[in-house]
Ligand binder design. Structure first.
Ligand SMILES: C[S@@+](CC[C@H](N)C(=O)[O-])C[C@H]1O[C@@H](n2cnc3c(N)ncnc32)[C@H](O)[C@@H]1O
Length: 277
């Protein structure tokens, strides 16, 4: 049975509620603010667990050299197809974010829409951070968007696990976790039941259902893992893309961490990678 990441078109309509140009403007704004001042403008970006590469394609439209990486062959094919349709230059690599090797470094790396939830163990996260540190230029940034902790800890979630959207070709109804899906209190993994139904205008209904494991990472676990892996330091955090509010703000709905690649080799597993291309 194909899962949700084998069905990129259904995934895209399910996640079409996002304001991608607005999120990309925030990524560029934060890059301008937090990259080391002598590193010059951001020219290259690496998007991890990129899916159909919405953010990378928008960054490429704005003049950046963009590379994306995803484990799913279907997602990689879709990213290539959409880039080609728009005549956008995009390098797409099918690989695991825990273990990849590219022949160059990037000024900026991003992981969007809580995709680090697919790293289920501390070893997975450390491997990912060490591997990524080898691919980000010194003084460059890694911006990670995660679910807000209130979605797990507060009496009321900040984001909805069910939504309906009007999309170009019809309507989409989504359930992504929530309901009776319970977090395992020991592993912090939730087996999220996902269901996406796309009703095309003029007929045709497609549904995909899946169970997707999601590891919840707390802010303190992430901070500790970043220190342990070495190579990056957390230099800022935000609770949204729109107002640059604090993660601690009552209306914050995302946890966005800005990591800067350290200038000097630190402790931990991160060494130096290939030189900037
Ligand atoms: C929630 S989707 C997010 C896609 C994209 N970041 C976005 O904002 O739309 C998660 C993506 O992570 C990919 N993925 C999951 N585990 C991965 C891994 N270990 N290495 C690379 N990609 C992975 C899936 O194939 C999927 O495309």
């Amino acid at each position: 049975m194909p899962g949700i990441y084998d069905e990129p078109e259904l995934y895209e309509v399910a996640c079409s509620y996002r304001d991608i140009p607005g999120e990309v403007s925030a990524l560029l704004r934060w890059s301008g603010q937090h990259r080391d001042s002598d590193t010059g403008p951001v020219r290259s970006v690496l998007e991890l667990a990129a899916g159909p590469a919405e953010h990378s394609r928008e960054l490429a439209r704005r003049g950046l050299e963009a590379t994306t990486l995803d484990l799913s062959p279907a997602m990689c094919a879709r990213a290539r197809e959409l880039a080609a349709a728009d005549a956008i230059g995009l390098t797409v690599v099918q690989a695991d974010i825990r273990d990849f090797s590219l022949p160059r470094q990037f000024d900026l790396a991003i992981t969007m829409l809580n995709s680090l939830c697919h790293l289920l163990t501390l070893d997975d996260l450390l491997q990912h951070l060490a591997c990524l540190a080898r691919h980000v230029t010194r003084g460059g940034l890694y911006i990670v968007e995660l679910a807000h902790p209130a979605d797990f800890f507060a009496a009321e979630r900040r984001t909805s696990s069910e939504w309906h959207s009007e999309v170009d070709g019809g309507t989409v109804s989504v359930r992504w976790g929530g309901g009776s899906d319970e977090i395992d209190p020991v592993t912090q993994i939730t087996r999220e039941h996902v269901s996406v139904t796309y009703r095309k205008r003029g007929g045709g209904v497609r549904t995909v259902t899946d169970v997707v494991p999601n590891r919840f990472w707390t802010a303190t676990e992430l901070t500790a893992a970043i220190r342990l892996a070495g190579g990056f330091a957390v230099v800022a955090s935000y609770g949204d893309f729109e107002a640059d509010s604090s993660v601690a703000a009552p209306d914050a709905w995302r946890m966005i961490l800005v990591l800067r690649r350290e200038r000097r080799a630190g402790r931990g597993a991160a060494g130096d990678g290939p030189s900037a291309g």
